[in-house]
Design a protein around this ligand. Structure first.
Ligand SMILES: NC(=O)C1=CN([C@@H]2O[C@H](COP(=O)(O)OP(=O)(O)OC[C@H]3O[C@@H](n4cnc5c(N)ncnc54)[C@H](OP(=O)(O)O)[C@@H]3O)[C@@H](O)[C@H]2O)C=CC1
Ligand SMILES: N[C@@H](C[C@H]1CC(C(=O)O)=NO1)C(=O)O
Length: 328
């Protein structure tokens, strides 16, 4: 019996989840739920329909996991706790400093209604978080670094698009070459947030919008831009489509640590990603965690979880017996 999936919010991530379901035979898409007029939103899955978000609650018995694909800046803080009342949910919430608050809100709604809510799923937070945790648990005497890009951050691009007067936009995260070199050469440098990455934004403004205000709102935005050196370019819609249509990204987590009675041996753990499509990769992670949310809830689990709380076997479509054959 397939795991019945709902998608709430049909943007880059929503389209990516729709594609990822296609690559997972144990899943089926029941419906896409949008805040827009359903007839204006076209999906690719012929066996599924588009509904208004207002109709979601009525379908709570037809969906096993609702995947929240809204933006972290403004959508998910309201949507994930709301829909955790009626569904098992998975989201990609990535406003790092607000994760504890989001966890508490989702945990209340999911626990009170007997659902599992897995938040902050993707690659950072998500797979990078897991690999940082593994590396720190193993190499306790060491130092780790995370670098992203050069690529398009969906969270930062979404945050730009929410600014009044912005019609569209994309944000590139760019690692600082000198910082990369210092880390790669094993110097274990102390680096501030500002010394590791810069951010470059390409913005299409509404006609007559106050460009200086928009630029200032971007550069001073807490949790997204205020700790970085950020450049803002105002371009036309045509230029954005022509020169910035892709959403590639990637990055790596690296930890070096010492063992031995006198710290004489050094070890390096590295996990890296090279992504043609940030949304499609993120969606592929999300779908695996949707499988986990369903299984954990079937076992009677409830409440909010993060990737740290999910045993790896829950993610795989293989049975325990099949997985054990892959140990070596
Ligand atoms: N943890 C991680 O590693 C990652 C997390 N993310 C997170 O995913 C979030 C979503 O990213 P992304 O999908 O790129 O954001 P989008 O801006 O593409 O979509 C966000 C929401 O905006 C609405 N929307 C989309 N397109 C339109 C449109 N043309 N007109 C009006 N509304 C529209 C949709 O809601 P509706 O259908 O209801 O209108 C959609 O759910 C990011 O904010 C980020 O935080 C992303 C990548 C990695
Ligand atoms: N959450 C990020 C995923 C990675 C990319 C990133 C960045 O470029 O700042 N931070 O985390 C995204 O929305 O793309």
């Amino acid at each position: 019996m397939s795991i019945r999936i709902g998608i709430l919010g049909y943007g880059n991530l929503g389209r990516g989840v729709e594609c990822a379901i296609k690559h997972n035979p144990d899943m089926e898409l029941v419906g896409v739920f949008t805040r827009r007029a359903p007839e204006t939103v076209k999906i690719l899955t012929e066996t599924a329909k588009v509904y208004s978000v207002d109709d979601a609650e009525k379908m709570k018995d037809q969906i096993d996991v609702m995947i929240l694909c809204g933006g972290s800046a403004t959508d998910l803080p309201e949507q994930t706790p709301k829909y955790a009342q009626w569904f098992n949910v998975v989201d990609s919430f990535d406003t790092h400093k607000r994760i504890p608050e989001h966890f508490a809100n989702v945990d209340k709604a999911a626990s009170e209604n007997g659902h599992v809510g897995i938040i902050s799923v993707g690659w950072d937070p998500g797979m990078f978080s897991l690999n940082r945790m593994y590396a720190n648990a193993i190499l306790t005497n060491g130092k780790d670094y995370t670098f992203w890009g050069k690529g398009v951050s969906q969270g930062h691009s979404d945050a730009i698009r929410r600014i009044d007067g912005v019609k569209d936009g994309k944000q590139y995260t760019i690692p600082v070459e000198s910082a990369l070199e210092a880390v790669r050469s094993g110097k274990n440098p102390e680096l501030t947030t500002r010394e590791k990455h810069t951010r470059e934004c390409f913005v299409v403004a509404e006609e007559g919008a106050d460009l200086a205000r928009i630029e200032n709102e971007i550069k001073t935005m807490p949790n997204y831009f205020d700790e970085y050196d950020t450049t803002v370019h105002f371009i036309s819609e045509e230029e954005l489509k022509r020169d910035h249509s892709g959403i590639p990204h990637g990055g790596f987590v690296i930890r070096s640590g010492k063992t031995g009675w006198n710290d004489e041996n050094n070890h390096v753990i590295e996990y890296s990603l090279k992504l043609d499509s940030n949304p499609e990769f993120t969606s592929s992670v999300i779908i695996a965690y949707a499988r986990a949310a369903y299984r954990m809830n079937q076992e009677g689990q409830k409440g909010c979880k993060t990737v740290f709380d999910v045993a790896p076997a829950y993610l795989s479509a293989l049975s325990g017996e099949e997985l054990r054959k892959t140990l070596l």
